[in-house]
Design a protein around this ligand. Sequence first.
Ligand code: PEP
Ligand code: MG
Length: 321
Amino acid sequence: RRAREDLLKDQPAVTPDGHRVKVVANIGGVDDAVEAMTMGAEGVGLLRSEFVFMGRATAPTEADQAKVYADCAKALRRGDPLVIRTLDVGGDKPLTYLPIPKEENPFLGIRGVRVGLEQPEVLRTQLRAILAAADDGAELCVMFPMIATIADWRSAKRIFDEVRADSDVNAKVSVGIMMEVPSVAVMAKQFAAEEGCDFFSVGTNDLTSYTLAMDRGHPKLASQVDPCNPAVLTLIGNAAEALHERGKWLGVCGGVASDPQAVPILVGLGVDELSCSIPAIPSVKAAVRAYPLDMCTTLAERAIACSTPEEVRALVPQSDE
Ligand code: PEP
Ligand code: MG
């Protein structure tokens, strides 16, 4: 099976009845971008830009950042998407040189885009560095993590628009929302209607935690933090419907996108793009090729009617031939 998957890794992922799903990679930097392309990625669905900020004593300069973003763009083929997530720190990801006051509940505190909204110069610098890569071949997309309210989105988008207006970039740069907080999924219609919101990408790791109010790192709870929980799948399906009504697209960049068993359900829910870990790319593409779209749709309908994640997983046989 491995050998067959490897043989087809550079081919697009198309269901037997011709429905195409984009399979892209989650990366932390330039080396990953290069490796992802050798594994058959059709672009990058999540550049975790905090890797550019971590493990150093001082903040990276605009030029330091711009080099990383431009090199990632150049590692892709012309027109391949490069989704750059703005700095996602706070919660479980502290930075010594960017102090966030100690909080009682860091996962419910200043994390993700809230850091950039509190310290707009950090966000502005990053957006300038990202926009500098707009003419390097890849189709640049910017995504804001941990958006919870329309006000968050509008504030972040306003800063993006200001930075863009001051730049001399001509290329199209898409802007989207990382859907990790249930409020975005519940109000997907309103978020999808926001001007200039081009896409959502679902961060199922955090979305599952916040939906179940369980820490994904908790030793006693982690095993229950299953993105195949019907509550989470319902949220994803809801968002896909709202976005498609507006002609916009939905990706998944959380860990579930790398799970071949979940892939037909995600495709059936209307997910347009799967962004997975680099080693998972060939098997995720193979999973897309395994079921026709109408079967995926039926599986998804059954999945959201299930009562437990175990029931959901029992719907899709795990291929281990
Ligand atoms: C997620 O929450 O699913 C996600 C992709 O983001 P993180 O980097 O927090 O895993
Ligand atoms: Mg997250």
